[in-house]
Design a protein around this ligand. Structure first.
Ligand code: F6R
Length: 607
């Protein structure tokens, strides 16, 4: 977690550029923030607790003539969110400055060692040891900052992406990484270095991905050294994110914009992968033989995990391959029995989730073939996979994942059909593919009900306990809907298999408990009706998600949201949009900012 961004170049507004970048990285953390830049030749450090936007006002009292600045958004791991723990950190002389994304594992022993040598620490963070270590090796006029950084990082264990400069040479920025992502943006009038490409949008046309162990010197040119100290060249790539995708486009929050993006997001994820005759083709999988696959493992965290749960049954039903979805955070610590003919499918929007990354290493160590569904191009996970299917949904900025989920589900479904067809089931998913092409339009119809969902949220926002229940295709959606509500609204929301209610949870039902029942007209509709009746019999309140034209469900529900008719497997695309809107408006009714839920960050790069 944490976001870092720095700029050095001809522009004199470096501080504003560095700040703008961390505002675009707010999804990586926002419990505190800080920046350092030069003011009249002297370094100025500003820090705030809470939203980095608060730095804007603090900056307005300076004349902002700096050509170098580094900035940081924090998601606390070591030490509470406070100004003293916020980055940048500086050395004892106040001339070396550093921001960090990652974790220094051996910081305790290094801190004791440095304190014994006379260094004075001002924070409780793991990061601060790094800047004091640089200080140990840096002697103004005698050793270079680059030399000092190289020696300092040789002492570290853990993960880091550092941006470092010294006020003795405010024309040079050092960027170095190991285990945490770090990219260089190449702009017309200077260089950027950041945790993701988001800060480069509209500022740098090309970017370079640093590899583990790389150190880059940015000082009018880019010079990169690898871990062995050899000067190397890393290929610059064109940035293909559009400015528009990084902006709210008139919506009050990114979460709402991204919910409304879903018809396009799903269309983009399908584009080129279904041809007019209904054939499914994944160029990314050219040459892969699925004939021998004996088992499919789908691995991810949070929403990405639920996307896997949503589709795993389809792999069994249509492709007739045993399939199981695993939580990466559990899987990585187990001793799984893996076979050579397993296929592991990793799902990660950010491509940076540590648990998913580590689970991928476990699978790779067993020699198992890996395919991934990833949104962020060239991310750490994407680079480790055998094959990557990119989601193509553009930046997802809202912390609560919305459009990425729908896209993951659609890609997984196409993959299930593709694998089934490549194993001789020629027409697998034929009807579903026809109907999938109509889903973006049907999602549009659900989006047109947003006012109804807003009213519902405003009716129920004072309730503190919610069940989301569903069966079969509604099971994973129930869990994902509950996750959305709890993460943005901080109310107790539990996703449950509707059939499981009577095995315990139904004891909780009373008139204050609200149950969202996912009950489209599908093969488990009758069972869902029984489960709704059971809740009603205990005086629980029920909001049902049902198929348009269902004349009965209104009689046993307090409220009903009607969804357009589709086939059984595809109702989840419509249900999740309704549940996302409900969660969004619920948070807004409680006056929370759904884009920045407390205690969360979008990329979870810690354990
Ligand atoms: C919830 C949410 C998280 C992520 C999870 C995995 O709305 O966004 O649960 O889904 O942290 O993230 P990725 O997909 O980036 O690996």
């Amino acid at each position: 977690m944490c976001g870092i961004n720095g700029y050095v170049g001809k522009g004199r507004d470096a501080a504003l550029r560095a700040l703008d970048g961390i505002l675009k990285l707010k999804y990586r953390g926002y419990d505190s923030a800080g920046i350092v830049f030069q003011n009249g030749g002297e370094p100025v450090i500003l820090k705030v607790v809470g939203d980095p936007v608060n730095l804007e006002q603090r900056l307005s009292s300076f004349n902002l003539e700096s050509s170098i600045a580094i900035a940081h958004n924090r998601w606390a791991t070591h030490g509470v969110p406070s100004e003293e723990n916020a980055h940048p950190h500086s050395d004892c002389t106040g001339t070396i400055f550093l921001v960090h994304n990652g974790i220094i594992e051996n910081y305790r022993e290094l801190r004791d060692e440095l304190i014994a040598k006379g260094h004075v620490f001002r924070s409780q963070t793991d990061t601060e040891v790094a800047v004091h270590l640089v200080e140990e090796w840096y002697v103004k006029g005698k050793t270079s900052l680059e030399f000092a950084v190289k020696n300092a990082i040789a002492r570290l264990r853990g993960k880091w992406a550092f941006l470092i400069y010294t006020s003795d040479d405010p024309e040079t920025l050092i960027a170095t990484r190991f285990g945490s992502p770090l990219l260089l943006g190449i702009g017309e009038d200077g260089y950027y270095a950041a945790s993701s490409a988001a800060p480069f949008v509209g500022r740098a046309e090309n970017f370079i991905l640093l590899e583990d162990g790389d150190t880059a010197l940015l000082n009018g040119q880019v010079t990169i050294f690898d871990q062995e100290g050899r000067q190397i060249t890393r290929e610059a790539k064109k940035l293909d994110w559009e400015l528009e995708t990084a902006q709210r486009g008139g919506f009050p929050h990114f979460m709402l914009k991204e919910i409304f993006d879903q018809p396009d997001a799903i269309s983009n994820s399908m584009a080129g992968r279904i041809n007019p005759s209904g054939e499914i083709k994944f160029e990314e999988l050219d040459g892969v033989d699925f004939g021998e696959v004996g088992r499919i493992l789908i691995i991810g965290c949070g929403t990405s995990y639920f996307a896997g749960r949503q589709v795993e049954n389809l792999f069994e039903e249509i492709a007739e391959i045993p399939a199981k979805t695993e939580l990466a955070s559990e899987f990585r610590y187990r001793s799984p029995v893996l076979c050579k003919n397993d296929l592991a499918i990793f799902i990660s929007q950010s491509g940076e989730t540590t648990d998913t990354y580590e689970a991928l290493q476990v699978v790779k160590n067993h020699g198992v073939a890996t395919v991934g569904i990833v949104n962020v191009m060239n991310s750490s996970i994407a680079r480790e996979l055998d094959r990557v299917i990119y989601q193509r949904v553009g930046l997802e900025i809202g912390v609560a994942s919305t459009k990425a989920f729908s896209s993951q589900v659609v890609i997984l479904m196409l993959l299930a059909f593709h694998i089934a067809r490549s194993r001789g089931k020629k027409n697998a998913g034929e009807k579903a593919v026809d109907e999938l092409l109509k889903i973006p339009v049907k999602i549009g119809e659900v989006l047109r009900c947003s006012e109804q969902l807003q009213k519902l949220a405003e009716k129920y926002y004072k309730h503190k306990n919610f069940f989301f229940i569903g069966r079969k295709n509604g099971f994973a959606i129930a869990n994902e809907g509950a996750l959305k509500l709890k993460e943005v609204s901080y109310v107790h929301a539990e996703g449950y298999g509707a059939g499981e209610m009577k095995h315990g949870p139904i004891a909780l039902i009373d008139p204050s408990f609200v149950t969202l029942a996912i009950a489209p007209e599908d093969s488990v509709y009758r069972n869902m009706i029984s489960n709704i009746n059971e809740v009603r019999a205990r005086k629980g309140r029920v909001i049902s998600l049902a198929t348009e034209g269902d004349g009965d469900i209104g009689k046993i529900s307090d409220d009903v949201v009607y969804l357009p008719e589709t086939i059984e497997e595809l109702y989840p695309f419509l249900e999740i949009v309704a549940l996302q809107l409900f969660a969004y408006y619920f948070a807004v009714a409680l006056q929370y900012n759904p884009d920045q839920p407390r205690n969360l960050a979008k990329s979870v790069t810690v354990e």
